[in-house]
Design a protein around this ligand. Structure first.
Ligand SMILES: [Zn+2]
Length: 208
């Protein structure tokens, strides 16, 4: 396989990218002068060596300032945040969107996906074991006060929420922790990824 076909295949693995778009990217790269390509190669190499996953919230991020002793991202390591609250989101982009609103000061947990209705082995599609282990640990340390669900308002999001809630409700000691959900109704089917500041703030304030 030549480089053009190989690159097309690699681009097709990107979320939402089909064969035509992948081909378009390759032609774009062929046209671009070598300086751009060098920058791209350099950035990819840097991402390869500095890209990390936080051991607490499981978010992937590329950051030179990552503290490898703590193995945590800057948000989880920030003592000025409300360490007793964490928000369950589907993906990194949701976390980025919430951070951009500047209206939330707690921590996060990235579930890494959502579950389609009627899935037989839901535990293989999301980080449920990692989530329960974090909750167990925090209950032991007596640090956890609230878990906020911020999953998509879709069939997949609802299936996931039901499964996760059922699972964590079986954890001993969870009864003393508040479980809440971002308020709905502002816009059904709303994706957190595209939420604006006021909508998010209101959904957070009216959580129940
Ligand atoms: Zn983190």
């Amino acid at each position: 396989m030549n480089a053009t076909d190989r690159l097309t295949e690699l681009f097709m693995r990107f979320p939402g990218i089909g064969p035509k778009q992948a081909r378009r990217f390759v032609y774009y790269l062929l046209r671009e002068h070598s300086h751009y390509k060098e920058q791209l190669i350099k950035a990819l190499e840097e991402l390869k060596s500095t890209g990390k996953q936080c051991e607490k919230c499981y978010r992937y991020f590329g950051d030179k300032s990552f503290n490898s002793d703590m193995k945590m991202c800057d948000i989880c390591a920030d003592e000025n945040r409300d360490l007793g609250t964490f928000m369950i989101v589907e993906k990194e982009l949701d976390l980025d969107a919430v951070e951009k609103t500047g209206s939330y000061n707690g921590l996060y947990f990235i579930l890494g996906g959502v579950i389609p209705p009627l899935t037989e082995k839901p535990s293989e599609l999301i980080r449920i074991r990692e989530l329960t282990s974090r909750i167990h640990k925090e209950i032991e340390l007596n640090t956890l006060k609230e878990i906020i669900f911020a999953l998509p308002v879709t069939d997949y999001g609802d299936t996931t929420k039901e499964y996760v809630e059922k699972t964590i409700n079986q954890i001993v000691g969870i009864k003393d922790i508040k479980i809440s959900h971002l308020a709905r109704g502002l816009s059904s089917g709303l994706e957190l990824e595209y939420v604006d500041r006021d909508t998010f703030k209101s959904a957070l304030e009216r959580r129940d």
